[in-house]
Design a protein around this ligand. Structure first.
Ligand code: HEC
Length: 127
């Protein structure tokens, strides 16, 4: 009962904060438990980030291959992403500027960086 009340009030706070200003969402998403993060789809949430911000510089000839249809296998085979381990996921580390920052001009929105983070933490599925 206590737990139920707790999660109801957590959800209430979240909805309240979301209604304040959608920009707050990106910061809050870091702190909410994984169970409360929506299921992220590689095809509809992650690949579009690669397509829009990465693939022009990362065809097959410039690893990791981030083009549609090739990216998931390329990043897994090349160990650029380690499921459930953002620290070991070089691709994620480049997005937050550890080592070479990607894209080189920086500036991926934090909402997109958070999607990649949560996708890795949900097992980096090809879903
Ligand atoms: C303007 C071109 C360009 C864009 C856009 C770009 N990259 Fe890169 N990327 C490079 C180059 C060049 C290298 C090789 C860097 C080196 O070896 O010094 C590289 C290397 C990498 C590496 C290998 C790790 C490393 O430090 O060498 C990863 C992972 C990577 N990019 C991911 C991404 C991701 C993810 C995106 C999109 C969010 C992206 N890149 C967008 C040019 C780009």
């Amino acid at each position: 009962m206590k737990n139920k009340l707790k999660s109801i009030s957590k959800a209430g706070v979240l909805i309240f904060l979301l209604s304040l200003n959608s920009c707050y969402y990106n910061e809050i998403i870091d702190d909410i438990p994984l169970d409360d993060v929506k299921d992220i789809s590689f095809a509809t949430d992650i690949q579009p980030i690669f397509t829009n911000s990465c693939a022009s510089c990362h065809p097959n000839s410039a690893p990791p291959d981030l083009t549609v249809g090739n990216s998931w296998i390329a990043i897994m085979d090349g160990n650029y992403i380690v499921p459930n381990d953002i620290g070991a996921s070089l691709l994620y580390q480049t997005m937050i500027g550890n080592g070479n920052i990607m894209p080189p001009n920086g500036g991926l929105p934090s909402s997109e960086i958070n999607l990649v983070k949560n996708w890795i933490e949900q097992g980096a599925l090809d879903n």
